[in-house]
Each structure stands twice: as C-alpha cells, then as structure tokens.
Design a protein around this ligand. Sequence first.
Ligand code: PAF
Length: 293
Amino acid sequence: MSRSAGTDAPAKPLIVTDRDTLAAVLAKVRSDGQTIGLVPTMGALHDGHLSLVRRAVRECDFTVVTIFVNPTQFGPQEDFARYPRTLEADLQALAQAQADLVYAPTAEQIYRPGFSTFVDPPDVAQPLEGHCRPGHFRGVATIVLKLFHLVPAHVAYFGRKDYQQWRVIQAMAEDLDLPIRVEACPTVREPDGLAMSSRNRYLTPAERQQAVAVSRCLLHAAQLAAQGETRAAMMRQQMRDVLTRSGITRIDYVALVDPLTLTEVEEVHADTVALVAAFVGGTRLIDNRQLKE
Ligand code: PAF
C-alpha cells in the first residue's frame, strides 16, 4: 500500500492498535482485490521473522505483521514477564522489509474481561512441547485462530524453527476449514548453526558458545542417517551425547519423529524429523531438522 518508490528511506508500515481500524483497512484491501499475507509474531524480531515478512511481501499484495506477546501460551514459571519487547526496533526492521501494516494490540483488546473460550488443539499438539509445556498449544491455537479472524489473510507464514507449532496450526486450519493457506519457511541460522530465536538474547557469551551444540546434535543425527544408520534409539542416544559433552544436561527431549504425526519412530527415514529442546543455562532452546535437509 504505502511502499516508497525511488526514495532512500523505506515507507513506514501503517501501525494499527485497534480492531475497528484494522477491519476497515483490510476490508478495503480485500475489496480492491488484493491478496493479504499474514506474519504473526511476538515481536523481538530477528532475521528469521524478517525472512517470513520478505516472503509474504514477495508473494502477496499486502503484508500484515502482528506483534503480540500472547500471555495464554506461557506457563506460570515461564518468561512472559521478561520476554523481550522491542517495538521501536521491530518497526524499523519491518519498514526495511516493506511490511504494509503492523497490528500491535494490547492484551486487554485481545482478551476482553470475561474471556473464557479456548481452542482444544489437535492431536499433534500432544507430544514434545505439548508434554513439556502443558497448555502452551491451547494458548497458541487460540491466539492464532483469533488473529486469523481479525486479519482475513489469504496466506499465513510461520517458521519451521517452531516445527510442532506449524503442524498444530496447519492441522487446526484443516480441521476447522479455515479459509487460509498455512505456509512454513526455512529456519534461519547464525553462521555457526544456532537457529535464530528471540530467546537467544538471554544467553551469556559462554552460554552462546555452548548453545551451538543444540543444532550440532541435529546435524549429527543427519550425518548418521546419511551414513546409512537407521536405528532411532541409538541415534537419540548419540544426540544426547553431543549435548551432554558440551555441558548441556537439562534436556527436555531429543526426538526422531514422523513429520506429520510427530510420533517417535523406531527406524529413521529421509523425511524423519529430529527435534531437540534443552536448557542452556536458564534459557530453553528448541530446534529441529529434517534428516534429508
Ligand atoms: O511463534 C510465535 O511467535 C507465536 O507462538 C505466535 C505464532 C505469534 C502466536 O503467539
């Protein structure tokens, strides 16, 4: 909508905080026959998020980014209060990436007094993150469904970094016949392999070095598979060994799963997905990789 042509500074996205303005702007966009791409985020944007925005900008006429740190997807002992909130920097990055509109509502607008309706997430939400973070996907599915209603987009973009989240949202969209296409984009990594994450900024320099083992254990699984290894139990043990050798001992899971159901496999195949969740110091990191990647 407001992209600059031939000027140095990129046009700023329209910033909207209330749902009526959002509805009015997007109704006009749709009635003009434009396609809408949606990138839901919790802010603290990094290049992983921006790769989603750039793809939406390439593929859709109008790109909406939502910034909302969703309280219902955090457990009581988790980092909701200290989750990084960096709105000014986020807006600058989104201007560079040429997003058209940023929707940044308050918690009160999203969860009005008396709010009590939640999405019961699909089966694929049960293992792994669902097991370690009870209620997490209930909160994710609920906010994402609300955002899908508030932003009548044609396509929504999510990062493969949150592999299970992507599968949960995809299953929800299919099960509930939501008129939106759910796309997943590749994980963006630091040069040493660490997956980009808003939580990486919690790491001390020493922890940052240690954190490389999280992606390295996935690479190790892929290398074993490339050498012809198929025994999942043995591979999971070796993934754990990579972590513990680097000093990471608080491991929520290392898993080798079916890419659709996320159930553990006994024998790996090219499409098997390796996943890990572990604490580096006090910071919980997750990562994944398809073995054939
Ligand atoms: O991946 C995230 O940042 C969040 O879980 C999401 C999808 C924006 C929902 O709050």
